[in-house]
Design a protein around this ligand. Structure first.
Ligand SMILES: Cc1ncc(COP(=O)(O)O)c(C=O)c1O
Length: 480
């Protein structure tokens, strides 16, 4: 059992250890009856006080997750009789406990004012154009439905993506380095399948995009949450961890990060690559939002742009800015890594659907795409500004938020006594949902927080919903 302790984290050490062990029990990676490491062994391994580990075991026993037998040791008490993956229990409940943080599981019941999902309102995306073009493709080439596309992706699309990366992001690469994926989420999974074993450690931003945490955690990887500041992931903290034990991989969403909206500075991007070279880890750069910048201010170039040694794998998403229903993204890797990723993609789905790839091409080839991005930026900036104005009116000085310079999300930190769960219940009564910030943390959230996606609703609904939510928060503040 590999656990990671971050000594300068705001989360107390006993809580970090508790959550990691509990997660392994709940996900079945520690199975019923399994012997836990002795207190002495764990405290030595983690370099923490014996009493701290003892406190964790006591709590786990009190809550019924383990049993401590005098003279024999501690044993897991879990409903998972077998380990998932290795022995294949096939029980639905195993899988339902695997995805704990995912935004896709939180707020599954529909709400009228849904701020919980980082998606763009379909009204702001090129639905009609894509539909027309798809019909045309089917009329002219129906065999697109009855042909396997190449594993690495349609050749024409890879060429187009290569041009896109150069013109839109200023990053030049060849089509041969591009692997078409079914979205960035699949890209993250492909990288994890290719390069991680269950004993590896992955470092992530804290807070982090929840489905990425889940991807790594559900494979059994130890997750190292690295603190952020306004310049993104803190490299001094990451470096300190590297001195102890470098991670195998660092996952970052450096531009208009989900959930905080922050952007990693160019300096930090370069420092991250330097650390990757020094300590030999991979950097996975998730770029789902960089086209959505506000006030005409472009974000820094991608980390991959500065990567001269092939340590960075770049994941470009087309869901947020073009067509989530088409489920397409692109993975860019240097030659040394590409073959292994290609094999992993082949074993996952033998290639993304050809029709979807062909359907995106005409849009990417026309001037329309540029105009669309321009309009999208304007529309989302208006929503961001309205959201900010309403929060200023109702909550001025009472909650903390940074104004995102792009992207889809507003990250709001609430003062300590506010109960996010109670707020969620109150919001539900008004058919409002948001993402509780706790879903974005590996361990306990240091402060109560929520993530609001202002991109999902129409202007009118966004204004109505944010106004109601802000007044509900104001009520919660008076109660606490
Ligand atoms: C940071 C981030 N990465 C990846 C994804 C998944 O994107 P895709 O639809 O490209 O798989 C999301 C979706 O919310 C996201 O916010």
């Amino acid at each position: 059992m590999k656990l990671v302790v971050q000594k300068d984290s705001a989360t107390p050490i006993h809580q970090q250890i508790y959550h990691q062990i509990l997660n392994r029990i709940q996900t079945g990676s520690l199975s019923d009856g399994e012997k836990m490491p002795s207190l002495r062994k764990l405290s030595t391994e983690l370099k923490v006080n014996y009493l701290t580990v003892n406190k964790v075991y006591q709590r786990l026993e009190e809550e019924g997750h383990i049993e401590i037998l005098q003279g024999k040791g501690a044993f897991v008490k879990s409903k998972h009789k077998t380990k998932p993956y290795t022995e294949g229990s096939g029980e639905q409940e195993v899988f339902s406990t695997l995805l704990q943080r995912s935004q896709y599981l939180v707020n599954r019941t529909k709400s009228h004012y849904d701020f919980s999902k980082a998606v763009v309102s379909p009204g702001l995306l090129p639905s009609h154009f894509l539909a027309q073009q798809t019909k045309k493709i089917l009329d002219e080439n129906p065999m697109v439905l009855t042909t396997y596309g190449p594993v690495e992706g349609d050749e024409e699309l890879r060429d187009e993506v290569s041009k896109y990366l150069e013109h839109q992001l200023g990053y030049k690469t060849e089509a041969e380095n591009i692997l078409i994926t079914s979205g960035v989420q699949q890209g993250i999974n492909i990288v994890a399948n290719t390069f991680l074993t269950a004993t590896d450690t992955v470092a992530v931003e804290s807070p982090c995009y929840g489905a990425a945490i889940d991807t790594f955690m559900n494979r059994g990887n130890a997750i190292l949450p690295i603190l952020m500041d306004e310049e993104g992931m803190r490299m001094d903290v990451l470096e300190e961890q590297c001195h102890v034990a470098p991670p195998k991989l660092v996952y970052v969403n450096p531009t208009f990060q989900n959930p905080t909206g922050r952007t990693m500075s160019e300096k930090r991007r370069k420092e991250l690559l330097e650390l990757a070279e020094t300590y030999g880890f991979l950097v996975v750069e998730d770029d789902s939002f960089s086209e959505v910048y506000f006030d005409g201010v472009l974000p820094p170039k991608p980390i991959k742009f500065f990567d001269t040694s092939g340590h960075c794998i770049f994941l470009k998403g087309f869901s947020k800015t073009m067509a989530p229903g088409i489920r397409l993204g692109a993975l860019v890797a240097d030659k040394s890594l590409y073959e292994a990723l290609y094999i992993s993609k082949a074993s996952m789905d033998v290639g993304s659907p050809l029709l979807n790839q062909k359907a995106l091409l005409p849009f990417m080839r026309t001037r329309r795409m540029k105009d669309h991005h321009e309009k999208l930026r304007i529309a989302l900036q208006i929503r961001r500004d309205i959201t900010r104005e309403i929060f200023d009116v109702y909550l001025e000085g009472k909650v903390q938020y940074e104004l995102p310079k792009g992207g889809l999300n507003l990250w709001v930190e609430l003062p300590e006594p506010v109960d996010v769960e109670a707020l969620q219940v109150a919001a539900k009564e008004h058919s409002i949902s948001f993402l509780p910030g706790s879903t974005c943390y590996v361990t306990d959230a240091p402060t109560p927080s929520i993530r609001l996606s202002y991109s999902t609703l129409s202007d009118r609904e966004n204004t109505e919903g944010v106004t109601q939510l802000a007044s509900l928060i104001a009520v919660q503040l008076t109660k606490s």
